[in-house]
Design a protein. Structure first.
Length: 378
C-alpha cells in the first residue's frame, strides 16, 4: 500500500490509492485463497477556472491488467463514459460498473488505471450516446470467452481515442495508475479512494488523509465530516469471498454431472424398499459421475484448486450418506465399497479427514453465500 509519509504541503495532481475500511472490515486476500471483485463505486469530476473553458466533454477511461493466463498483464481498456462538461461545481458521474468480475485470487498482482480526460475540441460529442450505453465497456473475467471480448473492446477504445483525441487534446483532470500486490496484502474487502485536483484553490492535502477523516458515506466521499466538493475522485469497491460455492457453477459441464448425481442419490434416500444391490449399483454410477465432475472442475478457470477439491469431497460424502442412509461410520459399515487408495482423487487419508474438510468447507459456503447475496450474485 502507498505510504502516507509526504511533506505537509498542499499539492496538485492525483494521489495513490487510499484504503478505507468498510463497516465489516475484511482481511487482505492472498494468492490461492479466496475470490474478489472490483467495482467502480462512485466518481466525481470537479472542474474549475479558465484553464478548462475550452473543453466541452469529459471522457472517463479505465484500464485493468491481470497478471495471469490468458491475459499475462495485457492492458485492457474501456471507455466508461462521455459526459458534457459542467464547470464551476463538482458533478457525480453516475458510474458503478464492474471493472473485474468475481475472479479467483490465482495470481500475485492486479493493476488498475483510471483517467478523466477533457475533450478540448468537442470531438466526442457524437459518440456520447454509444459510450453511455456501455458499448465500449468490458468486464475483466476469467470466464471462457471473456478475454477475447475484453481485447476487442480495448482495440476499439484505443482507435476511438486516437481518432478523436490526439495527445495534445487529452488534458487529464485525474490520472491514476496503481498496482495491487496480493502477497503484500494490498487487496482487501474495502474501499480504495483516489483523489485528483488541477486547481490551485483546491490543492490536495499532504500527508494523505485516511480514516476517520476520510470516509465513504453511501456514494459520497466525506472529508472531516463534509462532502468533498473541490476534488475529483474515484471510489473503487473491492468485495472478497472465501468461496464461489457450487451455486455459481450452474451451466457448467461439471455442475451437470453433480446435478445428475443428486437426482440419483435422492432416488435412494429414505426409500426402504430399495435393495442393497440397487444402492451399490447407484453408488457406482454416482462415483463415475463424481470422477467426471472432478476432472472437469480441476481445469475450470473460475474456481481455485482448493475449492474444486472441496466441492468434490462434499459431493462424495453427501452422496454416500444419501444412498446408504447413514450419518456416521459409513466406511466401517460398508468397507468393501470404500478404498481410499483407489479413490485418491479425494486427497484425504481417512474418513475423519474427509468429514473434517467437508465440515470446514460447509462453514465457508455459509459465510460466502451471505456475501454473494449482498453482492447480487446469488
Amino acid at each position: 500500500m502507498p505510504s502516507n509519509d509526504f511533506p505537509s504541503t498542499p499539492t496538485l495532481g492525483t494521489t495513490p490509492q487510499i484504503r478505507l475500511p468498510k463497516e465489516q472490515a475484511g482481511l487482505p486476500i492472498k494468492p490461492g485463497q479466496g475470490y474478489f471483485r472490483v467495482r467502480l463505486h462512485a466518481a466525481q469530476a470537479a472542474i474549475f477556472g479558465p484553464f478548462w473553458q475550452k473543453a466541452e466533454q469529459l471522457a472517463v477511461t479505465s484500464e485493468v491488467r491481470l497478471y495471469c493466463p490468458p491475459f499475462e498483464g495485457t492492458p485492457l481498456q474501456s471507455l466508461q463514459r462521455i459526459r458534457p462538461l459542467r464547470q464551476g461545481a463538482p458533478e457525480q458521474l453516475g458510474l458503478s460498473p464492474n471493472l473485474v468480475d468475481l475472479v479467483p485470487a490465482s495470481f500475485e498482482k492486479l493493476s488498475i488505471a483510471i483517467e478523466f480526460l477533457l475533450d478540448r475540441r468537442n470531438r466526442l460529442v457524437d459518440l456520447a450516446k454509444l459510450a453511455n450505453d456501455d458499448a465500449f465497456i468490458s468486464v475483466i473475467s476469467l470466464a471462457p470467452g471473456a478475454a477475447a471480448v475484453a481485447k476487442a473492446i480495448t482495440m476499439l477504445t484505443r482507435k476511438i481515442l486516437t481518432a478523436f483525441m490526439d495527445e495534445n487534446d487529452q488534458q487529464p483532470v485525474l490520472k491514476f495508475s496503481g498496482d495491487f500486490s496480493l502477497p503484500a496484502g494490498d487487496l482487501a474487502d474495502a474501499y480504495y479512494v483516489i483523489l485528483g485536483s488541477r486547481y490551485d484553490q483546491y490543492p490536495l492535502p499532504r500527508p494523505l488523509p485516511g480514516p476517520p477523516r476520510l470516509q465513504v458515506q453511501g456514494r459520497d466521499l466525506v472529508y472531516d465530516g463534509q462532502p468533498v466538493l473541490g476534488w475529483s475522485y474515484v471510489i473503487l469497491d473491492v468485495d472478497t469471498v472465501e468461496a464461489r460455492t457450487k451455486d455459481l457453477g450452474r451451466g457448467e459441464p461439471w455442475y451437470a454431472c453433480l446435478d445428475e448425481v443428486d437426482v440419483l442419490a435422492n432416488q435412494m434416500k429414505n426409500n426402504p424398499f430399495v435393495t442393497m444391490k440397487s444402492r451399490k449399483e447407484t453408488w457406482g454410477k454416482c462415483l463415475n459421475l463424481i470422477k467426471d465432475a472432478d476432472a472437469l472442475l480441476r481445469v475450470a478457470p473460475m474456481y481455485l484448486p482448493v475449492e474444486a477439491q472441496a466441492i468434490i469431497q462434499q459431493a462424495y460424502l453427501e452422496t454416500y450418506e444419501k444412498i446408504f442412509q447413514v450419518q456416521r461410520n459409513v466406511f466401517e459399515m460398508l468397507p468393501e465399497l470404500i478404498d481410499f487408495g483407489g479413490e485418491n482423487f479425494l486427497k484425504v487419508a481417512s474418513e475423519d479427514d474427509l468429514k473434517g474438510q467437508v465440515s470446514t468447507y460447509r462453514k465457508q459456503q455459509a459465510n460466502s453465500r451471505l456475501k454473494l447475496k449482498q453482492m447480487g450474485l446469488l
